[in-house]
Ligand binder design. Structure first.
Ligand code: SF4
Length: 262
């Protein structure tokens, strides 16, 4: 039989998890919780859509700090990003909050025409709180520069905001919990083009399970925004022969953004 201390510990952890789930439900106005009978994608796609901007305003009303100012400037990207960032900083919707050093929110211009979405922070990103700062980040920067952009011209983020231990793949429940933050971020920035890096971001936003090798290089649409899936830079470090495929995908993006000159 468990000791009273161990029982208290388990009870306290259960209460903490329940609290996090209820906060998740309240914040995103969804009725899906990991473990319920309907699939997460179906429910989130139904629930997190046009109403989520309104949800930001509703949440701002609940914030005591600067609430009047923030509500008045609901269209102000800075204010809305600040509010979203504050939510993620203390987020405990999934278990990754227990092992993270920092929340890695995103980096770049809020007026970016192009948003890159990777998978999840790695060790260096977790330490620095910035996305794509490791070796794969260096390669992404080179790709961005080759596209005639500076890193500060685009916006870079991930599907997950916290590092999975040992860089393991994101779990479905983690994706379900973190996806609404990404969707809200995209609604605030309103880029012309989204470029997903690797299979997880593409599969999540497109609700697909087709291999990334077949998805890449084709135009899709996500909530009215053009979306180009391509390989993750970490994959390219292991498979440099496929750099030319990614460059072909980037040229399609440059074409749409009038960056491609022959
Ligand atoms: S990964 Fe996302 S949902 Fe999970 S704790 Fe971090 S910010 Fe919250």
């Amino acid at each position: 039989m468990d000791s009273p201390e161990s029982f208290r510990e388990q009870l306290s952890e259960t209460i903490e998890q329940l609290k996090a789930r209820l906060e998740f439900e309240a914040y995103f106005a969804v009725d899906y919780l990991p473990g319920s009978s309907l699939g997460p994608d179906r429910q989130l796609d139904n629930q997190v859509g046009p109403d989520s901007k309104q949800q930001v305003v509703t949440d701002l009303k609940a914030d005591s700090l600067d609430s009047a100012e923030l509500i008045q400037s609901a269209d102000n990207k800075q204010a809305r990003i600040k509010s979203l960032y504050q939510k993620t900083r203390t987020c405990a919707f999934c278990d990754l909050h227990k092992t993270r050093t920092n929340v890695v929110f995103g980096d770049g211009s809020l007026d970016a025409e192009l948003v890159f979405i990777g998978e999840a922070p790695g060790h260096e990103e977790d330490i620095s709180a910035k996305p794509f700062v490791g070796l794969a980040g260096g390669l992404l920067t080179k790709i961005i520069n080759a596209m005639k952009f500076k890193r500060s011209d685009v916006y870079i983020t991930n599907l997950l905001r916290c590092r999975p231990p040992n860089n393991r793949n994101p779990l479905p429940e983690e994706v379900v919990c973190c996806k609404p933050y990404l969707i809200e971020l995209l609604e605030i920035i309103k880029p012309k083009v989204i470029c997903t890096l690797g299979k997880f971001a593409a599969h999540t936003l497109l609700n697909q399970t087709i291999p990334i090798s077949q998805l890449r290089g084709q135009w899709f649409e996500f909530k009215g925004i053009k979306l180009m899936p391509t390989f993750h830079p970490a994959y390219l470090l292991r498979n440099p022969q496929d750099k030319k495929l990614v460059w072909a995908d980037m040229k399609k993006i440059m074409d749409v953004l009038n960056k491609y000159e022959t």
